[in-house]
Design a protein around this ligand. Sequence first.
Ligand code: SF4
Length: 901
Amino acid sequence: MLEFTLVKHPDDIRVKLNEFNPLTTTWIVSDLKSKQEIQQQCIEKYGFYSDEAILRVSDFWKMWMRRLAPSTQIVSSEFIRVLISQFIESYGHVYSIQAHEAKTLYKYVSDLAPLLLHPHSFEVLIDWIEEKETKPQWSKWIAISQGCLDYIAQEHNCIESAWIVSYLQKLALEKIVWPKKLVFDLGSQMTSLEMGLLNTLARDNQIEIIVPDPEWKNKFHFILNTYKDYSGFAATTASQHTDASKKLSAQNFIRFNSEINEIKFITTKIRGWIEAGVKPENILVLSPRIEDYWPILNFHLEAEGIHTQKDLVSSLISLGVIQRWLSTIHAQTKNVTWSKLEMSYASYAEDNKFQFEKFKAAFTELLDDGDLARLLAAKELFYQKINLDEKLKRDQFLVAMLQSWITVDPGLEHKKLLQGVIKDFIQQTVDVRLRLSDWLTLLSSRLAKKEIKVEQTAKSGVQVLPINSAQVLDATHRLWVGLDESGLKGKQTSLIPLSDIEELKKTFDLALDYPEESHADFNLRWYAMADCKEQHFTCAHVSTTGEPLTTSLYFLENNKKPQAVDYPATLVDIRQQKFNPDQHKDLEKKLNLETMAHPIEISNFNFKSLAPTDIESYDQCSFKFLARKGFRLQQYDVLGLEIDPRQKGTLIHDLFKFIVQDKNYLTIGEKEISAHLEKERVARNLFPFLDVFWGPHKEKLIAIGLKFIAAEKARLSAFTSVRHKTEETIQVFYDLVKFEFTQTEPAGPHFLIRGRLDRLDVDENTKQGMVIDYKSTKTSASNFYDKWVDNSEFQLLIYSLAVEQMFGVTNVGAIYYFYKTLEQKHGYLVDENNVFKDYVKFSKKTLIKPEAQTDLYASFQTKMKEIFTNIEQKTYAVKPADRKFCEKCEWIGTCRVKNLK
Ligand code: SF4
């Protein structure tokens, strides 16, 4: 017998619940929270409840599915998606469907399942389509969906849980005989399919359906239509409620300029209620977007010391051991990626101590598992142990996964976790033959869905819930939060147009679910009618992320012009206000120390030997110098298909040395360059066994070498008395008493400066010299000589002074040699009687008088005195001489310059 009880007010359901006897009746609800709440009420009233006395509707249907079709397995939607891809792979050519349409097919199969799983609907549907003048666009998907559904349900004997009610239509429902009266209290969640089944079950069972019947029911045509369609089959009784048309007070609808203010209001409201004696468990915070609010709300409530009843959960995939497990599996395939390799390699860190920076440089550019050969230990651990293209049965897959697990958890410390994962995986899949990559995707998605409780909730805290869970909750004080359109508006989820759904329903009584009207909106209106002492409804203009929010219709129906409200400060506000100036000073001191915004002394480092580039670094920013020289930080260039820039620079310098020494440029050509490069390749272990990658690099280097030879030959043939020194080690002392460069080691405090000079050309007859520094192209660090001192370019000046003392050369000029363009005009030469005057095309700017050189040296010496004195004082700061130096600085991610104004 089917019986409808129309309830005008949600409190009428509470009255019915008070009469509920678990011995004679089974109460069926839509959500877990309501089920737990009714169980609690039973314990309080009767001291017990039996398992079948209170059920979730999904569990009720699942139970009958298991009893009536025990061999059909209920699997996860992810597994169904994989089966759909398999279906396309096997039958795609029959149905003219391609792999990229798998997602659309899944949607159609899900939407049409209520029809296609019905024993007679397919024929009816086809006839209906045939008779239509204009065929609906979706009609071509009917036969494909039917074929796909047969493949899943008949060939593989499984369905997904969302299709259970559809599937039950074709089973022997007459076998469902329930010993007690069944009360279905599903509110807005009752689907038309379920209503159809209940109508059938009512022949042999006593079924009462609680139907919400509020005065405003016409606003929700589709949600309540489900009940209306079957009202003719049932005896109907209606409850009377005097408060059914009571209006809510407009004052209780409050709008804030931002969600932060809304949260602060909620916090102070809860605190006020608790201070006035309200028990926290009698306070409810409800929202259609509760997870958006929760992190900030939780922060404020915690600051106030207010407990809440909200579990802290985390997905299994976020656990360390699971992450290492998945990374190890991926690292053993050809699909290995840098992030997976890094994580899995770290699992074996005890045995494989390899400096992280070097490991990163070796594998950041990881194209496939072949690159693992860059580190023997990584190759031995991971190289090609798993072939993703191989097809295998589920149990074979699980065996392989267990073997990987043993590598990350050899002592089986997390055995229970593993057992849970395997059990869930077996329940949610069937033992078919799939590609290993598909099994892996399934495993990852299951791990992402499964949750574990990280923190148990307090039993006596404020209840924080989504609106749809507020069905039977008892609370004297309620806060309805986040009532903007984004959380309350309904979604169009069906691919089948509403007009077709209505027509099919009216003409054939075929059960397709209506597209979704907003359940949250319905439930908000319905549950908010329930009696309580005090409740407030809030929303905001702007979200915490700065998105504008549209106020919901429900809110505006109750208050078109909400007024601003005053509310007391939260404890977080009070703490911030109490932030006194002294604390501020302490903080400033700490920040200064942490950011190194002002010089601090680090006396541990005692640098006595410096390279010219160290002196340049120090002048640009003393932290830059400290990072490399003091902390010995080092950045390794990434290994990949390209030669790293540092290695490439060394190769080219080496090539130029080979060309210039002994004036080889006069005699050698491509053959000699090629032989030289091959020698270097072996010596530097470049691209071993990878000729295909080395080839293009070699060709480029040969081209550079030949161009360089041609230029040097043409330029230097007239300079027969010029000799070349290449890659010479330059050494000079800086006397900290006399503040000068000297070749003799001073007795007092001093620094040793050592470096390698690219090239020194000396005229044998006049002993005049030319210092040359190779650069690929002009950059901001290779200016005309008059900018050198200001731009921290000291190298050429240091070498010029040093070679005078070391080799007795005079009238030294210095110049950058840009080898890509073969230009040599950024430098200087004292033009008086200088044999190098015609050596390159010096411009007016670079040919200088002796006085100009004296001025240059003088300003350089002043700068050196300042720098060496500061280095000696051992003070350092994150303080670039110019922000332009930060642009290309390798420590930009390490120092705190971004935190400084
Ligand atoms: S990024 Fe700027 S402030 Fe930081 S170390 Fe480099 S030069 Fe100094």
